[in-house]
Design a binder for this molecule. Structure first.
Ligand SMILES: [Zn+2]
Length: 243
């Protein structure tokens, strides 16, 4: 089966791009709060179509976080890891990794993923990116309901759908561009190239806790990159229909 694809889409990324050490595949998203909010050009186009449709429904769709570099993810990871007390058990590590990816192993490196919110619905409160905000009585409920109904037709879906799996927790704010993410996901089924790259980057960037992580990276890749929701056909087919 061939995947439908926007004409300017990058059907493949280099290992450096998949790991977030090269940002050549992303551009700023016009109209967002900061030029640091970046996605792949094809994803920007699909996002802007969805954003316009959301606006017609009275919803102000904005991105809290798009592309993240390896370096940024390493800083986030370090702040979490530093709070862990040795000896670090698998359970304790999982409490962190359910919510925060390891550097080099975040789908946000791909330029296909974003965390979103509605700044108007916040009514002056600051965004926490916590599940209650997106639940039926939370300020992001309307945004979440609209996206749940319409995002597939623009190519977007939720890879972190459930709290029941072994991997990342359910993230109702996190959306992924299926036509491209479906292609990149395969790199993690046989991740030797990724593992080789991470070995180098973890040393070069002096990643926090790397002596603890190095020997289990392969199983961490499987657990946190592999345990994601099945991609809905509706989201995969959207790009080719030009919706
Ligand atoms: Zn996210």
């Amino acid at each position: 089966m061939s995947s439908p694809m926007p004409t300017d889409a990058q059907s493949n990324l280099t290992t450096a791009q998949l790991c977030g050490v090269d940002s050549g595949h992303v551009q700023s998203v016009p109209g967002e709060a900061s030029p640091l909010i970046r996605l792949q050009p094809a994803v920007v186009q699909a996002y802007q179509r969805m954003q316009a449709a959301a606006a017609d429904a009275g919803i102000t769709l904005r991105i809290a976080s798009g592309f993240r570099s390896f370096e940024r993810q390493a800083a986030i990871w370090a702040s979490k890891f530093d709070q862990l007390r040795p000896p670090i058990t698998a359970d304790e590590l999982h409490k962190v990794l359910r919510w925060s990816a390891l550097p080099g192993l975040s789908r946000h490196h791909w330029g296909t993923e974003f965390d979103c919110y509605d700044p108007v619905a916040l009514r002056g409160e600051s965004l926490q990116l916590e599940p209650w905000e997106y639940a039926s009585s939370g300020p992001m409920a309307e945004l979440f309901n609209w996206l749940s109904t319409h995002a597939h037709s623009f190519g977007f879906y939720r890879p972190y759908l459930s709290d029941d799996g072994p991997g990342v927790a359910a993230e109702p704010w996190h959306w992924s561009f299926a036509p491209l993410a479906s292609l990149y996901q395969h790199h993690y089924d046989k991740p030797q190239a990724i593992l080789d790259a991470l070995e180098v980057h973890y040393r070069d960037f002096d990643v926090a806790g790397r002596e603890h992580l190095n020997h289990q990276l392969e199983s961490l890749v499987e657990r946190y990159m592999g345990s994601v929701a099945t991609i809905p056909e509706a989201a995969l087919g959207a790009a080719s229909r030009g919706t």
